[in-house]
Design a protein around this ligand. Sequence first.
Ligand code: PMP
Length: 308
Amino acid sequence: ISDRDGWFWLDGVWLAWRDARMHLLTHTLHYGMGCFEGVRAYEGPNGVHLFRADAHVRRLLDSAHALDIPLDFDAPALLDAQREALRRNALGDAYLKPTVFLGAEGMGLRAEGLSTHVMIPAWHLAHYISPSAAEQGLRVLTSSWSRHHVNISLCRAKTNGHYVNSMLALNTAIKAGFDETLMLDPEGYVAEGSAENVFLVRDGVLHTPEVTSCLQGITRDSVIALARERLGMTVRERRITRDELYTADEAFFTGTAAEILPIRELDGRRIGRTDQRPVTRELQALYRRLVRGDLASDLAAYGDWLQA
Ligand code: PMP
């Protein structure tokens, strides 16, 4: 991914993509103390726009604050830089990864006197996973690795170091022949996927874990709003056990990159009696249309989610 043309924003300066290098002693590389966002841009009938970029910037600033990393850039500056990253790189459907990291002035855990930096890479992304998987659903394995505990990490922060745990879980599932993993919290309740929140439908009601161990996902928030406002569904945020997923009518993952992905099977148990998945399908269709700003009626209701 580093070997291509393009532009890269670092601390307010535009670097040629191939020249975007950093020192090997960059603190965040050694200890994982940093935070980031995954943001999508979509091309639709009204041009290219970022989807819910203000919510992503807010979560990035919150993550940095929770980690006690001071930043030199505020929300408007970070939003402008993301817009400009799309323009300079001539991107339509794209993924942006604004990342906050600590510099190379020292190696100690006290992190004294370290500079703080923000970078914004952006690249073309159409699909996170094959369109057929999005249609047919994923085969998922519950992980033997627990998701984070609120007193071991900052579960609200999207911290680089958290993803060691995600990768252990995901790659164990992939090696065993599955598409994704489901992670439980340290008490054994359902938390989330490796990089997605999780939902289940049972008797027409939508359920998702409350935000303790899992990330407070922005797609999770969009889906909750769409289910309530467009499908008139009741949505419950609460503790969920894995057998509730086994016996759900439907289940799906949500995430900025993943969008909405049906779960076909969990631990060898097929989810739902049919492959119809009417709620998942309807939410996928609504979400796909909305992120591109396809309909004027959607724009009237959710236009502030799209930032040109
Ligand atoms: N959980 C984890 C662990 C994630 O990495 C992500 C992706 N950011 C999500 C959930 C979904 O969050 P969002 O919808 O904000 O992308």
